[in-house]
Design a protein. Structure first.
Lengths: 366, 426, 303
């Protein structure tokens, strides 16, 4: 009763301003809203997916940036006013969103077979297709440093990142428990295969925080993916964790003297999901099929160093679109980079992210 | 109008009682008219502001998910004493029945399992996957004993904690969010205890919020009072010019001022570069002035200082200089005259400014978010964190409710001390 | 305020020490705002004064960040300057987009806040207003309640009724936040209002509407206008509610700045900041003019 009264009243007020609202939405031709992480990553998607998609179908794409998380999707779905059609999310969010009924299920039969004729379900790497999500890239959290700021020894291992005696200077870290706890354990000598087992125990968590304690006073925390290269360039930090593609962009496009240390990298997937009740679900599905076919999946990798998820796309990864350098050695999955790598365990994080972030916040606050 | 005159005419001759009644009805009409003028704004604020806030506050106690998801288990657990071992076989059977019903209940049922698992996971970290895994297997469990079957699926079903959480959360309303806001929680026996030390966050944050707000208020008094005094005692023409220096920052965008401080205080910022050029700091080992508590305090003091200067100034302008002259002529030295005569008269201005600055500082969000780093963030930043990242909206609402209560308490104080009708702008 | 001849050295030290301290505080208030203005003309993408800038070499200065405001986001920023270039900038440049939004939202919210706020102030200052104190406190509360709480509440509730991510939604939200300023300024103006003026007008034969428009309106209009300016700047500067309640289509200048500060601090932000400082100066001058006019009309002016 109360709701219907307020709805009417607000609707009346809203009606009065309808003239204004049409200002923003004047370009009403068919379009979908695609939400991603901004910066160089979104740019690569625009070049590799959005522009060819618009050219082929005439459907325009409105690109929005966000910093991850399900808050917006959850609010839109619960309110029944969904405005996003397609969101690029991390795996643990895709799983949780699917469990909670926030995402549309995606029929994998819409995905085209690989260019070599392999059916999609075999062409996608194992563990990249989900009930509500289709992976589009492999990315990695690494750490990087500015070599012009270092004379003599250079950092080589994940342990060096946590060693401020050997390499005095500020560190940049994402303000989130994931995946710095994993990196801390690997730096402390835990084999990548044992990281999540260790982290499931109280003693293991304490151990990870003890490692973080060593550098706590030297840390600057970042939240948006575009910050770490900026912090390195401004000299605010000596080393920082970062998404590998962002550092690649700074290295290659902006010619920054940055070096990536691949040891102890934590790799993860980015996936396309469709919020439940998305206004243009059919078009969004069409876009998923289009953007994850072999050709686009490989094309994406010529703008930023994130690996394709299709097996048939891997050999097609060629050179950087602007500078023409070979992209293969810059991929997280390149053999020499992949020696000590850990895959992010989505099940673990879906279970423990609240607890660990709480402890992480408590640790930060002290 | 004309109509009123005509109907009023015949009563012209009536007696005093009638006059009284007419006076009363005129007053009533006047009251009604006055109220009607404020009505449109009241209605708008009700819809666009008051109701949304009440709606949010309601979320802090509203907690229907567990009761909705597992109604049978909730009933079976009603009389269970969580201190005395595991629940009965019936409770296990009821839970299996609930989960099986949800699992086979289409997409809505499955979504409810997910929300139930997430809700429980906030209270008992790690049980999300236990629930989803159990729910997947529940439809296949056709007969008992269910207790052994569940414990076989996951050992956590053999511990009382998960059952205690279900029992406690099956009520439609809850205070757990408010407890958690103060680093408290229920233990397995149902008594309220403190969080283990490594999970205590919020007491620290509340204290820090109070500390930073208090410190910023104090700094604003120390910086603002002398300037207000100078402005009030200078000739009008000069003070009108100088007050522009206070008003311009006041009118300048908050984000512009925050950006300025990032530019000034950054590692290669204007201040440190100048100091390095003067040889006062080294090139490598520079102090960290931003992205920590220092940055938050400096930027907030700068932004809130005009809110302190302006009320003090307006009070000081009203103080006649003759009082001071009288005190001096009666033999008081300047310090004594100031302390005994002038200062007491400025207390209302300082009080008004302080409460205003303190209230605004308590709820600050943008500046700490941009320059606060790890130890310069306030409670607002945690509200935003639980709104946007952890999605624990009930908890965000509880933090918000406590903050709101504090602010409204101060607002009430302000109203008593200054009176909202005396609030002035600019 | 020259010093009288009889003061001692301690008094002189105090006098100048005090002024020095006040000067430092005023510098603290102004300097950060002034520092960024020259930096916005930096030819290089850094936040420090380059040596060239300090030596006043012309090539160390440039307008490139100002150009970036109108070109960033354009489909073809390097096309020759023509009508279609202007069209491209007008409809595609990100900062232009957010500037348009800031003005649309700010003006609409100000109109609502000013109309309703002035009416309410007229009611509040009537002699027989019931529950005056309580209603006043309620009407001013949007200014007191922390923005994060207002924003959170609006986020949930507006989503429910389909107003989040719409222009009407953000306009109503900003109108709510702006009304206290209008109520306060107009009430203050009306408090000094001499009701004998209305009686005088009536006794001279003016009808009530005529009295209202010829006597009341001119006297309260400075209050209304300054209230409106406050409401406008509040909306123009607001970012917390915008963060929670809008999407790209309603993105405003502060929202764009917020994204810029968090992600990529380019000197473009400084150029925008400089323009905003100029807007602040203009608003300040307008307010000062209104204040003087108001004092003159009431015969309060000292000179």
């Amino acid at each position: 009763m109360k709701r219907s009264f307020t709805t009417t009243a607000v609707a009346a007020a809203g009606l009065a301003m309808l003239g204004l609202s049409t200002f923003g939405t004047a370009q009403a031709a068919e379009s979908i809203t695609v939400v991603s992480w901004g910066g160089g990553y979104t740019q690569s998607q625009i070049k590799a997916y959005h522009e060819p998609f618009t050219a082929e179908t005439g459907i325009t794409i409105r690109s929005e940036d966000y910093n991850g998380g399900l808050a917006e999707v959850k609010a839109q779905v619960e309110a029944g006013s969904v405005i996003w059609d397609l969101v690029d999310v991390e795996l643990s969010d895709a799983v949780r969103g699917c469990d909670e009924g926030l995402l549309e299920t995606i029929d994998h039969s819409i995905l085209p077979p690989g260019d070599d004729g392999t059916p999609a379900k075999d062409d996608f790497m194992e563990g990249t297709l989900f009930e509500c999500a289709v992976a589009n890239i492999v990315w990695s959290t690494i750490y990087a440093y500015d070599k012009s700021k270092l004379t003599g020894a250079v950092p080589k291992t994940i342990a060096d990142f946590f060693d401020t005696k050997k390499f005095p200077g500020k560190r940049g870290i994402r303000k989130n428990a994931k995946p710095i706890l994993e990196m801390a354990l690997m730096a402390d000598g835990v084999a990548s295969g044992d990281v999540y087992d260790t982290l499931s125990t109280d003693a293991g968590i304490d151990r990870a925080f003890k490692v973080l304690d060593r550098i706590k006073k030297d840390v600057l925390w970042w939240e948006a993916g575009a910050q770490p290269p900026q912090m390195l360039a401004d000299g605010e930090v000596l080393m920082t964790t970062a998404y590998n593609g962002r550092i690649f962009n700074a290295q290659v496009v902006e010619n920054k003297p940055f070096v990536i240390v691949w040891d102890g990298q934590v790799w993860d997937l980015d996936l396309w999901v469709i919020p439940k009740g998305a206004p243009n679900k059919e078009t969004a599905l069409k876009f998923i099929a289009f953007s994850t076919d072999t050709k686009r999946n490989a094309a994406q990798a010529s703008y930023i160093s994130y690996g394709p998820v299709r097996k048939s796309a891997a050999p097609l990864v060629s050179t950087h679109a602007e500078t023409g350098i070979d992209m293969k050695p810059h991929m997280p999955t390149a053999p020499e980079n992949f020696k000590n790598a850990l895959q992010n365990d989505f099940e673990f994080w879906a279970d423990h992210q609240d607890e660990l972030n709480e402890r992480f916040n408590a640790w930060l606050a002290k | 109008m004309a109509e009123a005159v005509i109907t009023a005419a015949p009563t012209e001759v009536s007696d005093a009682v009638n006059l009284k009644a007419r006076l009363r009805s005129a007053t009533a009409r006047s009251r009604r008219n006055a109220f009607l003028l404020t009505a449109p704004l009241l209605i708008m604020l009700l819809i666009t502001f008051i109701v949304p806030i009440l709606d949010m506050l309601f979320r802090s106690i509203d907690d229907p998910i567990v009761g909705q998801a597992v109604p049978r288990a909730a009933i079976a657990l009603e009389d269970w004493d969580s201190g005395a071992g595991l629940p009965s076989e019936e409770a296990y059977a009821a839970l299996v029945a609930d989960l099986a019903a949800l699992r086979t209940g289409g997409s809505d049922g499955k979504a409810l399992i997910g929300r139930f698992a997430t809700r429980l996971n906030f209270e008992q970290p790690g049980v999300r996957s236990v629930i989803t895994k159990t729910a997947r297997k529940a439809p296949k469990l056709k007969e008992g004993p269910y207790k052994d079957a569940l414990i076989k699926i996951h050992k956590k079903w053999g511990q009382p904690e998960i059952w205690a959480a279900i029992q406690r959360l099956s009520a439609p309303y809850t205070v757990v969010h408010f407890l958690a806001s103060l680093d408290l929680h229920y233990d397995v026996e149902g008594s309220i205890v403190g969080q283990p030390e490594m999970r205590q966050v919020y007491i620290t944050i509340w204290l820090r919020t109070l500390y930073i707000s208090g410190l910023v208020t104090l700094l604003c008094i120390l910086l603002g009072y002398p300037v207000a005094y100078l402005l009030a005692t200078l000739p009008q023409r000069t003070s009108n010019l100088l007050i522009i220096l206070v008003l311009l920052p006041f009118w300048t965008s908050l984000l512009v001022r925050t950006t300025s401080w990032i530019v000034v205080l950054g590692r290669n910022g204007v201040l440190l570069e100048t100091l390095a050029w003067l040889g006062l700091v080294g090139d490598v080992d520079r102090p960290q002035l931003i992205y920590n508590m220092t940055g938050t305090i400096v930027a907030m003091t700068h932004i809130l200082l005009p809110f302190m200067i302006l009320p003090i100034y307006s009070v000081m302008r009203g103080i006649s200089p003759t009082y001071m002259r009288a005190a001096r002529s009666l033999g008081a030295n300047p310090a004594r005259a100031f302390y005994k005569v002038y200062l007491p008269q400025t207390v209302p201005g300082v009080g008004a400014g302080s409460i205003l600055v303190f209230i605004l500082a308590m709820g600050y969000y943008i500046t700490p978010a941009l320059v606060g780093g790890q130890n310069g963030t306030l409670i607002s930043n945690f509200i935003a964190f639980h709104m946007q990242k952890s999605l624990n909206w009930g908890f965000a609402a509880a933090l918000g409710a406590i903050l709101l209560a504090g602010v409204l308490g101060l607002y009430w104080l302000y109203d008593r001390v200054v009176g909202v009708s005396n609030m002035k702008m600019g | 305020m020259a010093l009288p001849p009889y003061v001692g050295p301690a008094d002189i030290a105090w006098h100048y020490g005090f002024r020095f301290y006040c000067a430092l505080v005023l510098i603290f208030l102004m300097l950060p705002i002034l520092v960024i203005i020259p930096l916005s003309f930096n030819a290089e993408p850094y936040f420090t004064y380059s040596e060239g800038m300090l030596a006043f070499e012309p090539e160390a200065y440039s307008l490139r960040w100002y150009a970036d405001i109108v070109t960033n986001g354009m489909a073809a920023p390097n096309a020759p300057f023509s009508w279609s270039w202007i069209q491209d900038s007008w409809s595609n440049a990100q900062w232009i987009h957010s500037t348009k939004n800031s003005f649309i939202i700010g003006i609409a919210a100000t109109l609502i806040a000013t109309t309703l706020g002035t009416l309410a102030a007229l009611g509040l200052t009537r002699p027989h207003m019931p529950f005056r104190q309580a209603i006043m406190a309620l009407l001013i509360s949007p200014m007191i309640v922390p923005l994060i709480i207002s924003a959170a509440g609006m986020f949930f509730f507006y989503s429910k009724i389909g107003l989040s991510h719409t222009f009407p939604g953000i306009i109503l939200a900003h109108a709510a936040i702006g009304t206290p300023f209008v109520v306060i300024t107009v009430t203050a103006t009306l408090a000094g209002f001499d009701s004998n003026l209305m009686r005088a007008a009536a006794s001279l034969g003016a009808t009530p509407p005529r009295t209202f428009f010829k006597v009341v309106v001119p006297l309260i209009s400075p209050g209304v206008i300054s209230g409106a300016l406050f409401a406008f700047i509040t909306s123009f500067d607001e970012v917390v509610v915008v963060l929670f309640l809008t999407k790209f289509e309603q993105r405003t200048i502060p929202r764009q700045m917020y994204a810029g500060i968090r992600e990529q601090i380019s000197p473009t932000i400084l150029a925008v900041a400089t323009l905003l400082v100029i807007i602040a100066v203009l608003l300040l001058l307008t307010m000062e003019m209104l204040r003087r006019r108001n004092e003159r009309m009431r015969g309060l002016s000292p000179g």
